[in-house]
Design a protein around this ligand. Structure first.
Ligand SMILES: [Mg+2]
Ligand SMILES: [Zn+2]
Length: 196
């Protein structure tokens, strides 16, 4: 197994605009700076994974194939800007869903570590070097659960989630960042070209 440095990024609200239970690859829009952030991670030697809770499958809003199509679109848009994500992992489950097959307790819904564990079956990486970035408390809790460093972005639900953290309702991340690019700069120590 080859050893990598791993970055786990939430998808909706962190990489692309979160329009809520995204059920179509049309109209997927990358957030400003997201492609640059992922390029920066690539250049800094990180292998980047998406980790996404997609309970819309369990809730019967859309099928697995829709999640796969949306993921493919996100990867294409990033690739067009020279940014590479190895794979977007997702959890289709929710205990209060309506589709029996997916309405089960699982180990992959964030903040549980199942998606990171799935990546670990294929790649070897030091958790101490791993980073987790997202717009929700569950993303920060995922990072804490696996022992990685974490950043909460202010995009998506991030600003609302920060209020809960400020009130002591949830653990604080290592970094509060305005967006994915600022989170990457803070956690990876990488600097965009031309900026020192
Ligand atoms: Mg999100
Ligand atoms: Zn799951």
């Amino acid at each position: 197994m080859r050893t990598i440095k791993a970055a786990f990024l939430d998808r909706d609200g962190t990489i692309n605009v979160d329009t809520g239970y995204i059920g179509s690859p049309d109209n997927i829009e990358l957030l400003p700076g997201a492609a640059q952030a992922i390029r920066l991670l690539n250049d800094a030697g990180y292998t980047v994974f998406g980790v996404s809770n997609q309970s819309g499958v369990a809730r019967g809003f859309f099928g697995i194939e829709v999640v796969v199509a949306v993921n493919r679109r996100v990867l294409e848009l990033l690739k067009a800007e020279g940014a590479h994500i190895k794979e977007i992992l997702f959890c289709p489950h929710h205990t209060r869903g309506t589709v029996p097959e997916y309405s089960i307790p699982c180990q992959c819904r964030k903040p549980l570590p199942g998606m990171v564990e799935a990546a670990r079956e294929k790649y070897e990486f030091a958790i101490a070097d791993a980073i987790v970035i997202g717009d929700k408390i569950c993303d920060i809790e995922l990072g804490k659960n696996i022992g990685a460093r974490t950043a909460l972005v202010a995009t998506g639900f991030g600003a609302e989630e920060k209020i809960k953290i400020d009130c002591g309702e949830a653990p604080a991340p290592d970094v509060f960042a305005s967006n994915l690019l600022q989170a990457v700069i803070a956690l990876s120590g990488a600097a965009p070209r031309g900026q020192f």
